[in-house]
Write a protein that binds this ligand. Structure first.
Ligand SMILES: [Zn+2]
Length: 295
């Protein structure tokens, strides 16, 4: 388990051992904190036939099936877009049939806030009257988008946010390279998101981006030059500009930064159009950025 989630995991594991785990948990936390892995490991622990304290045995039939991701009593619902009612109905059908392995049954719904209203309504009865030994784990980073009827039937658990130090320590153990501290701060409570960004970074790093912005703000380069140099990394540049703007906004709430953020949102939309002139829209963005006075 991730170090920052270890205590919470152990608390739930104790409740499993005491048969006191609530049948429906709503796990909340920002994206990149490790919610998916957390509930998956919790589900696997529930299904293990020979738990060793807070850990699975790794050897029983349940554990072997889980390693192969083919456990017949562990069901996962997820979708890139919205979770439609068919996905939920299908999952419930599997859940109400008796357990294949004569033990617990687990249903995990990732990003539960993406359920449509009919999906949520289809799930309500199962949340209210679950079949015996059935556990539902819902995850979300946007709890405000969930129907109140869903929330009220779950035990809500907000995962503890890792400190910047523990984020850095963990990411360094996974990624053997120097990490720009300012970049890391943008992901302080989202270690997995930071790691993903670092692994994705290759020839265009945040350091290069950051140095380019400094040069622009000091008048050593032009908005158009940066736009030309960086147009092949446009998506990343926009995302980082938004992070940068957000971070500046914490230090000083200025109209210029607010305008920059609005422009970044606009450019994100413009870039979805395949015919867009990237140099032009990036130049407009950097023109706005060049107006920011660093506090
Ligand atoms: Zn086991």
């Amino acid at each position: 388990m991730f170090p920052w989630l270890d205590d919470t995991f152990k608390q739930l594991s104790n409740r499993i051992a005491d048969s006191k785990l609530h049948h429906a948990l709503l796990i909340q936390g920002p994206s990149g904190i490790g919610k998916s892995s957390f509930v998956l490991q919790l589900g696997q622990l529930l299904l293990c036939k020979a738990r060793r304290g807070h850990q699975v045995c790794g050897q029983c039939q349940s554990c072997l099936l889980n390693s192969a991701t083919t456990h017949p009593d562990l069901h996962i619902v997820e979708s890139d877009k919205q979770i439609g009612v068919d996905l939920i109905r299908d999952a419930i059908k599997k859940l109400v049939s008796s357990a294949h392995m004569s033990g617990a049954k687990v249903l995990i719904i990732y990003d539960a806030h993406t359920m449509t209203e009919s999906s949520a309504n289809a799930l309500l009865k199962t949340l209210e009257e679950p079949t015996a030994d059935t556990f539902l784990f819902l995850t979300t980073d946007k709890p405000e988008r969930l129907l109140p009827t869903i929330k009220s039937r779950c035990e809500k658990l907000a995962l503890p946010l890792p400190t910047l130090d523990s984020t850095l320590a963990w990411v360094k153990s996974q990624h053997n390279a120097d990490i720009d501290i300012n970049f890391a701060k943008l992901f302080s409570a989202r270690p997995l998101a930071l790691l993903a960004e670092l692994q994705e970074e290759q020839n265009f790093t945040y350091e290069i981006f950051s140095a380019g912005l400094d040069a622009l703000l000091q008048g050593q380069t032009s908005a158009m030059q940066l736009a030309i140099d960086w147009q092949t990394h446009a998506d990343k540049v926009i995302k980082w500009t938004q992070y940068w703007a957000r971070q500046q906004f914490i230090n000083q709430m200025s109209e210029t930064i607010w305008q920059l953020n609005l422009q970044a949102n606009k450019v994100t939309q413009q870039l979805r159009n395949p015919g867009v002139n990237k140099t032009l829209v990036l130049t407009e963005l950097f023109d706005k950025l060049a107006l920011v006075k660093i506090a």
